[in-house]
Design a protein around this ligand. Sequence first.
Ligand code: FES
Length: 233
Amino acid sequence: MDRRGFISICAAGAAVGINPAQAANLRPRFYARVRLVDEARQPLRAANLAANRNYIFHYPYAATPCFLLNLGKPTQQAVTLKTETGGDYEWPGGVGPQNAIVGYSAICAHQLSYPTRQISFISYRSQPGPSRLTHGNVIHCCSEHSEYDPATGARVLGGPAPQPLSAILLEHDRVNDHLYAVGTLGGEMFEAFFAKYEFKLAIEYGDKRARQPVTGAAVVAELQKYCRQQVQC
Ligand code: FES
C-alpha cells in the first residue's frame, strides 16, 4: 500500500459512512521509502521472487529483520486486526502480481525470537512440519509454537503470541516491477527488541548502529543463505 492507497482506503470508508477512527484507530507509520535490492545491489523484481520461499531484509532499522514472501496466490484484502493493547488496524493485503507479495517483521510477537546469521526459529513454511503443531502456509515460531497467517496480515492462528506480526508496508511499481518498503502497520516490537538484545546487538553491530534507520536500499537475501541453521518443528 502506498500513501495514496492508504488515503483511498480512508476515502472509501468515508463514502460508506464508516468512521475511520472506529474502523481502524492505528495508523501506518511511514519510515524512509527504501528500494528492495538483490544481493548484487540490483533492484529486485517482483517476478524474480520464488513462491513460498523465505526472503529476509532489514527494515526500518539496520538490525530489525523482516520477511518478504511471495505466497503464490492472492491474499485477502482489508483484514481487520488487533494489537495486544487493543489497537485496531486494517491490513490492506499483498502487493504485486495477484497481490501475493507480503512483508512482515520477523520478530516474533511472543518473546521476540528472530532470525540471526546463526539460527532461526521463525520462518514461513508452505508444508506442515514434523510437529503436529506446525501447519502449512504459515509463519511458525518453533520457540513456543506461535503461528501466524501471512495471507491475512499475519493474524495469530495459534500459540502464545498476543498479536499479529507487525506488517511491513510495501509498494510495487508496476512499470518496472520494483519493490519498496515504506513503513509498518500494527504492533511494532522494535523498542522491546532493542532492549532485550542490547548487549548482543552492540557486539554484532557496534555502538548504536543497530538502531540506524535504513535509507536508500535494503538488501534482500534468501533466508537459507542468510542463516546457517533453520530450526524445523
Ligand atoms: S518467541 Fe516465538 S513463540 Fe515464543
